[in-house]
Design a protein around this ligand. Structure first.
Ligand code: PHE
Length: 340
């Protein structure tokens, strides 16, 4: 029996516990009613009378030690758990990591697209390198129109019939050629003009074109669509104003101003004290254009509009110089992080 007690002491001192489960196994093996120490007590009656006090004492020491070890292990496990909780402190601020962000032009383009998506306009795209027919001829540009001049258009050297598109209206022509009305589409994309780069002009910029062709589409539909757009883009209190204008492919044509979102129309240096800011060109699709693209102008009417994304972004974010959008200066771009 004394040997057995010594053996159990050895076992207890070398025990290693790393989980709640292991601790519970330990408790059952040594400390429970069916455990090894209790079993010793059951054998106690067979110990010779004269040895009983000594053996009894040894069993008590063993029992005490087993309980001590249990308490120590339990405390240790508890501490470990606490340490884990500290490691997973959910209130700790995350480490900042530099991931990419949307470019302000992409943000504004997406915002424009979303606004028109909500009223049923679908996205369509066309090629940046286009032929004369889709950029000009189909859109009713007379042969001698100055926009065809080498000054404005980047032509491909080897083929004077091919150029970089000067506006996204070329996509209108492609859509009308290939689809039957009703057509309700917006076409975002890059356009190219042979212009000197300045605070207000660049040789590459972005446009979003809109086209709606169906039976009985009216100028009132155009005006209401643009009013909806202006309010969504610049705020509920925004007003619009249409000024008569001229484009070869729309008749009548108009230029659209929004009330200045800085001074609310009272006049400030952003709107040059007029209270208005020009945002886009628009009009009813010229019947010649419908016919050029294979749509019967006796049956259908349509409206079209085109806006510069940089221009909208400049007005929305008060950017004074267009060139910032192309320079990729991180100090400029960082100001838009998380803006959308
Ligand atoms: N394409 C014209 C431009 O680039 C804008 C426009 C589009 C005008 C559609 C009327 C209708 O200025």
């Amino acid at each position: 029996m004394i040997l057995k007690i010594e053996e159990l002491h050895k076992q207890l001192e070398s025990i290693k516990i790393d989980s709640e489960e292991a601790l519970e196994n330990y408790r059952q093996q040594y400390l429970s009613k069916k455990g090894e120490i209790q079993a010793l007590l059951a054998d106690f009656k067979d110990v010779p009378k004269e040895d009983k006090p000594k053996v009894g004492q040894l069993v008590n020491v063993l029992k005490k030690r087993a309980q001590e070890i249990y308490n120590e292990l339990k405390a240790e496990l508890g501490n470990n758990n606490n340490e884990d909780e500290v490691a997973f402190d959910l209130t700790r601020p995350v480490e900042f990591s530099h991931i990419g962000a949307r470019h302000p032009i992409s943000m504004v383009r997406k915002e424009i697209i979303d606004i028109f998506n909500r009223i049923g306009f679908v996205i369509s795209e066309g090629p940046e390198v286009e032929d004369d027919f889709h950029i000009f001829t189909a859109l009713n540009f007379p042969k001698e129109h100055p926009a065809r001049d080498m000054q404005d258009t980047f032509f491909i050297e080897k083929d004077p019939d091919i150029a970089l598109r000067t506006h996204t209206s070329s996509v209108q022509a492609r859509i009308m050629e290939s689809q039957k009305p009703p057509i309700r589409t917006i076409s975002p994309g890059r356009v190219f003009r042979n212009e000197a780069i300045s605070a207000r002009a660049h040789c590459i910029f972005h446009q979003v074109e809109g086209l709606y062709v169906d039976k009985d589409v009216s100028f009132a539909d155009l005006k209401q669509t643009l009013l909806y757009f202006a309010k969504e883009m610049f705020g509920e209190e925004t007003k619009i104003r249409l000024r008569p204008s001229y484009f070869p492919f729309t008749e009548p044509s108009a230029e659209v101003d929004v009330s200045c979102n800085i001074c609310g129309g009272k006049g400030c240096n952003v709107c040059k004290y007029t209270g208005w800011l020009e945002i886009l060109g628009c009009g009813m699709v010229d019947p010649n254009v419908l016919d050029n693209c294979g749509i019967d102008s006796n049956e259908y009417t349509g409206f079209a509009f085109g806006m510069g994304v940089e221009r909208i972004a400049m007005l929305k974010y008060q950017v004074k110089d267009l060139r910032y959008f192309f320079e990729n200066d991180k100090r400029f771009l960082d100001q838009f992080t998380g803006a959308y």
